[in-house]
Design a protein around this ligand. Structure first.
Ligand SMILES: Cc1cc2nc3c(=O)[nH]c(=O)nc-3n(C[C@H](O)[C@H](O)[C@H](O)COP(=O)(O)OP(=O)(O)OC[C@H]3O[C@@H](n4cnc5c(N)ncnc54)[C@H](O)[C@@H]3O)c2cc1C
Length: 229
């Protein structure tokens, strides 16, 4: 008797939450995993997808946007690779990645007043890190998560570290408090250490042309909805 023909196992994906994590996962499942649009279900408890990348409003009444994500080319390679497959809403021949690259060539981040005190601009190019601070930062970066354990950032640096230009810029760029976890600081240092020479100009920061709901979520949602079932 002939063996039954082999058929690919039917695969389905169920993603909880309609934030960028699920939308990106769905895009990768379609693009790289070969799933059909109909094989993917995203459960979102609110009326809109996008999660934290929300945004609403109009030119007439104004906009409400919770936040604007800062991208860097170095740290967001997976995101950019995914966006390279998604057509822009403005021009279907252009990918969201290329749309973003073009926008950031046109509009460059170049802060001339990254730190201001008493109404005067400070020279923020000097990070003010002592040799001891640099050593302490290197130690944090080289210590395992288990080695850092539950320690807070403030437990690992001298008090003066928190008065430096470095800390003021790092904390306000990445929303750190000195009582946050040292493990979190370590992960961000690994991810964004290449920003140190341009931390005072924000020169590495890339942005989308519009708010991220309109620039990323809407085109991604449309692309997913148009996948064959
Ligand atoms: C003000 C602000 C600024 C930020 N700045 C940056 C930045 O500069 N750079 C950067 O990289 N990141 C930044 N972030 C973080 C980034 O926005 C988030 O990490 C990212 O959006 C999280 O995406 P997510 O899909 O994991 O979760 P979320 O965006 O939180 O989405 C989760 C979704 O799941 C839904 N949900 C939850 N539970 C259920 C359930 N049980 N059933 C159904 N649906 C459910 C929620 O309604 C929501 O829509 C910022 C965030 C904020 C708020």
């Amino acid at each position: 008797m002939a063996a039954p023909a082999r058929t690919a196992p039917q695969r389905r994906a169920y993603l909880v939450g309609g934030g960028i994590a699920s939308l990106a996962a769905a895009a990768f499942l379609v693009r790289d995993g070969g799933l059909r649009g109909a094989d993917i279900e995203i459960f979102e408890e609110t009326a809109t997808v996008g999660g934290s990348l929300d945004g609403s409003g109009s030119a007439d009444v104004g906009y409400v946007v919770r936040g604007g994500r800062m991208f860097t080319y170095e740290a967001y390679s997976c995101t950019l690779a995914m966006l390279d497959s998604i057509p822009s809403l403005a021009d279907a021949a252009v990918s969201l990645r290329d749309e973003m690259l073009a926008f950031n060539t046109e509009v460059r981040s170049d802060s001339h007043a990254r730190l201001v005190a008493g109404g005067r601009r400070l020279d923020a190019s000097d990070l003010q890190l002592t040799s001891r601070d640099q050593l302490d930062l290197a130690k944090v970066m080289a210590t395992s998560d288990a080695g850092l354990g539950t320690r807070r950032i403030e437990e690992l640096f001298r008090p003066g570290f928190f008065e430096t230009n470095f800390w003021c810029m790092w904390a306000t760029t990445f929303a750190f408090q000195r009582w946050h976890s040292a493990v979190e600081l370590k992960r961000y240092m690994h991810r964004f250490v290449q920003e140190l020479p341009r931390l005072h100009t924000l020169g590495g920061v890339r942005r989308t042309r519009f708010n991220q709901y309109d620039s990323l979520v809407r085109p991604l949602q449309r692309w997913l909805e148009r996948q064959p079932s």
